[in-house]
Design a protein around this ligand. Structure first.
Ligand SMILES: *Cc1c(COP(=O)(O)O)cnc(C)c1O
Length: 379
């Protein structure tokens, strides 16, 4: 059996050692005589699995006790509704502000409109002309000093890695800059789905952060929520009990049956990351992988990169061939070499290489080798 180099944007590759351990433990977890899928979510075995996953995640991200860590269901898409249902009522007026930087943040804003007064405070849904170059919509990130945040908004939402556009943004405003924006009391909410655990993150700047696991942290089915405890208890009356952060926090993610098997696999990924040396160590690997790939593209006249260099994602790398008639030939040739799922998102076309934590440098080098040879043949 040969495993492919899998460049899928999500669900995406998992570390091989994690899959092997899960396979070994499939019929009998740790001498319990049961698969993790067969256990009571309130029994001692799963209690240990779930609590260890939370503890390991806290260690990885340096999450203090002021935050609750929640394992929820519904994906980041459901979270787009669950966030306003929990947080828009933090302040009178039920206002939420959004920075639009791509398809995912736009979806978040659209969903939130059902629950209150939503304002778009900055957007990259237009071209950017800068230093004689033009950047396409969603290929750049709006500068923080231009965000027109309402001082009385409950929260300000950003997406820190736009998976489809390949735009990454880490310049999250701290308290001082939020005050400079006139938004000193507005809580920052971050959808970090597609670069979660790829690098360390300044949690001291956020009220909450969420991530669907299937991009970089585990299998589909579990959404990870990190939310400051003092923000709990303000859910709108229409919020389903199972989605009220206060309930989920109180029961340590077992208010109702959680996505137990997904939590177990995510927990194995957390342990794998700790063994690698934590987020600083994996960040160095991710830097090197993306540096090599972008360096290759920058030296090529054949491939085109759409994203403004300042905002290039380390995780999702969209690129275009010079002619769309080559797309099918490129993908077939890639597949023959064991390079899978390089097709770009249907809304933008072209190609996209997602190089999450589980993609080793070796896989990126195999991609670069193929890119080189394809350019030699078709350039
Ligand atoms: C994938 C993704 C989502 C949606 O996740 P689902 O699990 O499909 O709901 C939302 N935001 C970002 C940034 C994503 O990458």
């Amino acid at each position: 059996m040969a495993r492919l180099w899998n460049f899928s944007a999500g669900p995406s590759a998992l570390p091989e050692s994690v899959l092997q351990q899960a396979a070994q433990e499939m019929l009998d977890w740790n001498g319990s005589g049961m698969s993790v899928m067969e256990m009571s979510h309130r029994g001692p075995e799963f209690t240990r699995i779930c609590d260890e996953a939370e503890d390991d995640l806290r260690e990885l991200l340096g999450i203090g006790d002021e935050f609750a860590v929640l394992f929820m269901q519904g994906g980041a898409t459901a979270e787009n509704a669950i966030v306003p249902m929990n947080l828009i009522g933090l302040r009178d007026g039920h206002k939420a502000d959004f920075v639009l930087s791509g398809i995912w943040s736009r979806k978040s804003a659209t969903e939130a409109r059902k629950y209150g007064d939503v304002s778009v405070v900055a957007s990259s849904e237009s071209e950017l002309n800068q230093d004689g170059r033009t950047w396409q919509p969603w290929a750049w990130f709006p500068a923080v000093d231009q965000w027109q945040v309402r001082p009385d908004a409950s929260f300000l939402h950003i997406c820190s890695n736009e998976t489809i556009g390949g735009v990454e943004f880490m310049d999250w405003p701290d308290a001082r800059r939020m005050r400079a924006l006139g938004a000193g009391d507005v809580e920052l909410v971050v959808d970090a789905s597609s670069h979660f655990l790829s690098r360390s993150m300044p949690l001291d700047r956020v009220g909450m952060l969420y991530a669907g696991a299937q991009k970089n942290a585990g299998p589909a089915g579990v959404t990870i929520v990190v939310v400051r405890r003092d923000l709990l208890g303000h859910a709108l009356p229409i919020c389903p009990s199972a989605f009220d952060y206060a309930n989920v926090a109180k029961e340590r993610s077992r208010f109702n049956t959680p996505p137990a098997y997904s939590i177990y696999i995510a927990g194995l990924v957390f342990k794998w990351l700790l063994k690698q040396g934590g987020l600083d160590a994996i960040e160095k690997v991710n830097q090197e992988k993306s540096r090599r790939l972008y360096q290759f593209f920058d030296r090529s006249d054949f491939y085109q990169l759409p994203v403004h260099p300042q905002f290039r994602s380390r995780m999702n790398v969209p690129f275009f061939l010079p002619d769309t008639t080559l797309d099918g030939i490129f993908l077939d040739g890639a597949r023959e070499r064991g390079l899978a799922q390089l097709k770009g998102h249907k809304s933008v076309g072209g190609m996209r290489a997602s190089i999450y934590n589980a993609m080793p440098l070796e896989g990126v080098m195999a991609l670069i080798e193929y890119l080189e040879s394809f350019e030699r043949t078709h350039g």
